[in-house]
Design a protein around this ligand. Structure first.
Ligand code: SAM
Length: 261
């Protein structure tokens, strides 16, 4: 299969600082604004079972909105991300709230063993090579008895709305294959278990989009159809029909968490 262009979100999130940030920022904000986006994030935050003053680390925090919500709930929240651009934006957005942000690679967290009462990651393992190393690092910096939580989509559950055809199946398939780890959602329990996290709990929440603008912003329907059009020109007609239709899509978000031994 041809190399995927880096301006696809599914590729750009691997290294945001080498990507034009506009689409990345719009995608992150769009998800935070969606009812279903807020619902799975609220569930993931509740699962942390935080007490006032607990120290929490959000790994690959992006624009830091989860860090802001956790801090507003009375915990002491720290966010790290590989991207200088996103950390600078998070610092600006959450200035004066007490949230702390720093640039760091999820695979080499700059914290001592057992530093946090809870450690979370949200929609980032799908983009990172070696997710087992990252979950191992999350468990290392979590104190014994603390909560380690991962929330990730599983792209094997991706649904591109409308009538099925070989072309729509191909567009769906090609999009899935642009992710570093498309099947990460189903792997979360084993990754956490291998990192020494026990008493695992799992939940799955559906993340639907409605209408072309929202579906395209999150799932890059236009870019994926146009990419395929080089080989199959009829993909452009499919795109126009999808644009004029109900144009919905969705993916299952898997949340898995437990206690560090
Ligand atoms: C889809 S965004 C999710 C951001 C945030 N967790 C949220 O839910 O809005 C993926 C994030 O992973 C970050 N990321 C990718 N590779 C990383 C790495 N090796 N270490 C730390 N962050 C990384 C990206 O910079 C980006 O902010």
């Amino acid at each position: 299969m041809a190399e995927s262009p880096p301006d696809l979100l599914s590729v750009g999130f691997r290294d945001v600082d080498t990507t034009a940030p506009g689409k990345i920022l719009r995608c992150l904000d769009a998800l935070q604004a969606m009812t279903a986006g807020r619902a799975y994030k609220a569930r993931a935050q509740a699962a942390l079972g935080l007490e006032p003053g607990s120290s929490v680390l959000d790994v690959a925090c992006g624009l830091g909105d989860d860090v802001g919500r956790i801090q507003a709930g009375g915990a002491r929240a720290v966010g790290v991300d590989l991207s200088r651009t996103l950390i600078a934006a998070a610092q600006q957005r959450h200035a004066g709230t007490g949230c702390a942000f720093q640039v760091a690679d999820a695979a080499a967290l700059p914290f001592a063993d057992g530093s946090f009462a809870a450690v979370r990651i949200d929609r980032a393992l799908q983009h990172i090579a070696g997710p087992g190393k990252v979950v191992g690092e999350m468990a290392r910096v979590c104190r014994s008895g603390g909560v380690v939580l991962c929330a990730e989509p599983d792209w094997g559950t991706f649904l591109l709305g409308g009538s099925h055809s070989p072309l729509s199946e191909r567009i769906q398939h090609d999009w899935i294959r642009t992710f570093q780890n498309p099947w990460i959602g189903r792997e979360l329990p084993s990754l956490l278990s291998m990192a020494g996290v026990v008493e695992l709990q799992r939940e799955a929440l559906w993340l639907p989009t409605h209408g072309f603008a929202e579906s395209d912003l999150l799932f890059e329907i236009d870019a994926n159809a146009r990419k395929l059009a080089a080989e199959h020109p009829e993909a452009l007609a499919w795109l126009e029909a999808y644009r004029r239709s109900e144009a919905y899509a969705g993916v299952l978000m898997l949340i898995c968490w437990g206690r560090k031994l």
